[in-house]
Design a protein. Sequence first.
Lengths: 393, 168
Amino acid sequence: MTLSQLAITVAVLGGMGLVVSRFGLSAIPAYLLAGLLLGPNEPHQLSLIEPSEVTDFVAKLGLVFLLFFLGLEFSFSRLVGTGRHVVVGGAIDLVANAGLGLIVGVVAFGFSFAALVLAVAIYVSSSAITVKGLIDFRRLGDDETDLVLAILVFEDLVIAFALGFIAGGGGELAETLALVARALTFVVVGLLAARFLTRPLDSLLDRLPREFFLLLTAAFVAGAAALAAELGLSEAIGALLAGVVLAETSVRGEIEERFFSFRDLFGALFFFVFGLSIDVDAIGNVGWLLALAIPLTVAGKIGGGYLAGLVGEFSRRGSFNAGVALVAHGEFTIIVAQLAASNPQVSPADRADLLAFAGLYVLATATIGIVLMKESKRLGRRLLRPRLAPESA
Amino acid sequence: MTIDLRETRLPGIGVKYAFTTARGARLVVILHNDGEREVYWYRRRSDDDPRAVIELHDDEARELGALLGGAFERPKIVEDLEMALGELLIEWIPVPEGSPAVGRTLADCAFRARTGITIIAILRDPEPVTGAQPHDVIQDGDTLVTVGKAGQYPAFRKLLAEGPFEDA
């Protein structure tokens, strides 16, 4: 990738992001689409950028920053405040959608590791798109918004766990279990370190002049990611943990402020580079899979959210809104597919299918999800009239 | 009657406070992490769409909060902060430019005797004066920390800005 290619890429990303945000859509599918158009696969007319070591590295940086920020949002004191819906609502959402995802996965890949990856990719909604929708469509004041955000927190926890094995698991059962054990050890050691490191890190970072603060924080994040990769885990889990460690320090706000722009730039490039690898020709392979997965996702997310809402004693319409808000898939589906594609245990053919599926699936569900969300209150009024009298009467 | 205020954390967004008014409307206030505020008004408790949403910047929200809190005597100077202590207010009042009080001691100015307002501290660079004494001299750029009743402030502000003070 040359500087002029970078300039064109970033300009296209900015332009397309602006256009879709005019229509109230999320930028993530736009970035994927940009990658698809400018990439080496069909359509060829605009092919401009070949995936290379440079694009891979840029994407890796994007992945690291995206997960670093997820970690920063993660601190336990914040989790506790989100309350009772996390466990019950989160569990219903998990059972419903990971279950459906596993069915799709088994249909596509048989009883294999790739099926499990697909289940995770189909289970996890997009925090970024959902939160943007909640803000844009003025849903923050609604009761059921608490439930939606609680379910997203639960999904984040599951994803943090899944990151531990997706990049390396899938070999012999014993090997995969050993990997999971290593991931758990890494996380536990990291969390213990968080307890003891918080204070020294805090006083160190607090006293540093601006530019060294930036450099040392970046070194810490990259170091944690590299260490995790070195241990055979994914960079993702290392970056996530670096965020968790720094989340409890007093400089958290400043870190967020200083690194927002890095996350936005490299995050956009991460989705773009992923788009480069999507081959529209593969739609022949995954078309029927998409046709199966997309309706199941819409039904599963709405159904699961509706049920979670009723259990949490929200109104019927509120519960329906909560389910609809979770339809959009985005960053995590892409991250999961990206990590699985670097896993040697997944066969090259399955990898290509996974990448194409994840990209097109996100394009579809992100668009459907936002459109449904915009209309969900009107739909709810149509479908779910308030009961005037108890039905048994 | 106490109001049942429900607080919920919105991970990644901020904090949300909700309560139902005596007339049955529901008010939800969102404090965004970036300092923005939103107020949602649902006409009835069971409404699923808000009738109005008000978006406020940090300074606007403070102004509105002080207004609603009953600080109607509040002057327009933005950097003033105030706090109601029952009947009493604590106000931070910058000394206006060209004030005749500059260069005089607190004793000379006799604010307490003439307006009822007591000056308890003076904020200035580099060292603030805590526990202001009668012999402390007011300087250009000072901010006076004062205690008094709301009704006494107009007279105090007028005196601080215009005098007259007797020559020392």
